[in-house]
Design a protein around this ligand. Structure first.
Ligand code: GDP
Ligand code: GDP
Length: 438
């Protein structure tokens, strides 16, 4: 499971600053997602080998002095979903009533708490410590989110308990396991449960709908056309046997946890509702995490041709960062198109795990450069010398050269698209990393 960290604290202590620092693109990886605006509240970070999910409760309205009711609610929700809470205070201003309130929420709801005094550049940690010790949630770790002081050391400590679990990385399992792991992701009511029913067949309903199956996700193996699959099913997706059973509150964290365990995501959109903000951020997060993906537009039945055109346009306009993925239109209710999904999953998975030989990559790089050379920077041409594969699922292409940090985004996208075409990388995000050797 991906460790989940909640950043909590009164407004203005620096939560968003830390969030941005932790989720900023790591390892100079370039992702080919034009049009993807980072979701403000959820992001992925990585500390050494440990990827984690971070929830920022900043950006929620609330005055400097107090915590609004909405903010308290957001905070409690985040604390319940998180494995670790980072309670942030402002090391420069004294302890406030709002800090005490946040600390009390952490004491009640957090599984593990770290107290962090931010803006501590140039401050004496002992003095900061004596000020915030009284919050009763331990000694504060002094950091500066803005300058980056002691941030990495803090995250090392916070994530230390999760290192062991991260070691068995999914890449290893990929090669060993025959089954392709699939997660069905989408906001409530788009038709996920209906689709699960369609994919699995009705006889499964009884088995997996037993009361007491309340774990966050279950893995349901099934077989189709001689191929093995495992469906990662979250509580929110699990079919509701009774019509009036309450619809569980939508949890982005659970959806992302399911995605984390999967190799391919079926990202479901409701054609009758169109593309919503929630769709955009959910799919953006999947893409950011590097998951192979098939875009499934459900409830295609009952739409006339005008409406269908509208939906297609909305997909282009609002989800441009998903242009790498295959798009399928289905009716989970009637079964139309559902038979095409698993072959698309297979294609996406094959692309995501494709091995690209160094020889082929270098030929593709040379061809791309010949067709369209990189620009000059202050009279010097940026040189891209050679390429090799740096990872799979998602594929990472490492390019060595000089001045690569000056390579314009447009040229990077050109290269990614070139590699996409040559290696038929449809259905998976592709990343590039540059190594400068001058
Ligand atoms: P949030 O409301 O908790 O998300 O706080 P923000 O991240 O928006 O930060 C509030 C203010 O504190 C901004 O003006 C930041 O530039 C500033 N700030 C954040 N981190 C630091 C820091 O480490 N040192 C100093 N001096 N200021 C910081
Ligand atoms: P979930 O919350 O994403 O699991 O969505 P459900 O599978 O519970 O479906 C929500 C509602 O949409 C139900 O009333 C379904 O009958 C309906 N629905 C699901 N798929 C389709 C479809 O393909 N076409 C139409 N017209 N309705 C559908």
């Amino acid at each position: 499971m991906l460790p989940v960290i909640a950043l909590i604290g009164r407004p203005n202590v620096g939560k968003s600053t830390l969030f941005n620092r932790l989720t900023r693109s790591r390892d100079a990886l370039v992702a080919d997602f034009p049009g993807l605006t980072r979701d403000r509240q959820y992001g992925f970070g990585k500390q050494g080998p440990v990827p984690y999910l971070i929830i920022d409760t900043g950006g929620v309205a609330g005055g400097e002095e107090g915590i609004s009711e909405l903010m308290a609610e957001q905070t409690v929700t985040a604390l319940k979903e998180a494995d670790v809470a980072i309670v942030m205070v402002d090391g420069r201003s004294g302890r406030t009533a709002a800090d005490e309130y946040v600390a009390s929420l952490a004491r009640q709801h957090a599984k593990q708490t770290w107290l962090v005094a931010n803006k501590a550049e140039g401050l004496d940690p002992d003095i900061v410590g004596s000020e915030f010790h009284a919050l009763g949630i331990g000694e504060p770790v002094s950091i500066s989110a803005a300058h980056g002081d002691r941030v990495a050391a803090l995250m090392d400590e916070v994530l230390a308990p999760f290192v062991a679990t991260a070691d068995g990385d999914s890449d290893k399992d990929d090669a060993e396991e025959k089954a392709t792991r699939i997660a069905i992701i989408g906001r409530p009511n788009v038709g996920k449960s209906t689709l699960v029913n369609r994919l699995l067949g009705e006889e499964r309903v009884v088995v997996y709908d037993q009361p007491g199956t309340t774990r966050d996700s279950v893995a349901i193996p099934f077989e189709r056309n001689g191929k093995h699959y495992v469906l990662i099913d979250t509580a929110g997706v699990r079919r509701r046997s009774r019509v009036h059973e309450t619809i569980e509150k939508f949890s982005i964290v659970k959806a992302l946890q399911a995605m984390e365990k999967a190799q391919v995501v079926l990202a479901v959109i409701d054609a009758q509702e169109g593309v919503t903000e929630q769709d955009v951020s959910l799919m953006g997060l999947c893409t950011e995490r590097g998951r192979a993906l098939v875009v499934v537009t459900n409830k295609w039945d009952g739409l006339d041709s005008d409406q269908r055109r509208h939906v297609r346009e909305a997909l282009e306009r609002r989800l441009p960062f998903l242009d790498f993925a295959e798009r399928m239109t289905i009716s989970a209710l009637h079964g139309t198109g559902v038979g095409d999904l698993l072959p698309a999953v297979e294609r996406a998975y094959r692309a995501a795990t494709r091995d690209m030989s160094t020889v082929e990559l270098n030929k593709a790089l040379a061809d791309a450069i010949t067709a369209h050379p990189p620009p000059m920077v202050r009279g010097r041409r940026i040189r891209l010398r050679y390429a090799h594969q740096g990872g799979r699922n998602p594929p990472v292409i490492v390019i060595h050269g000089n001045q690569t940090e000056k390579l314009p985004d447009a040229y990077q996208r050109y290269l990614i698209n070139y590699f996409r075409k040559v290696f038929k990388l449809k259905g998976t995000p592709v990343r590039m990393a540059f190594k400068t050797s001058d």
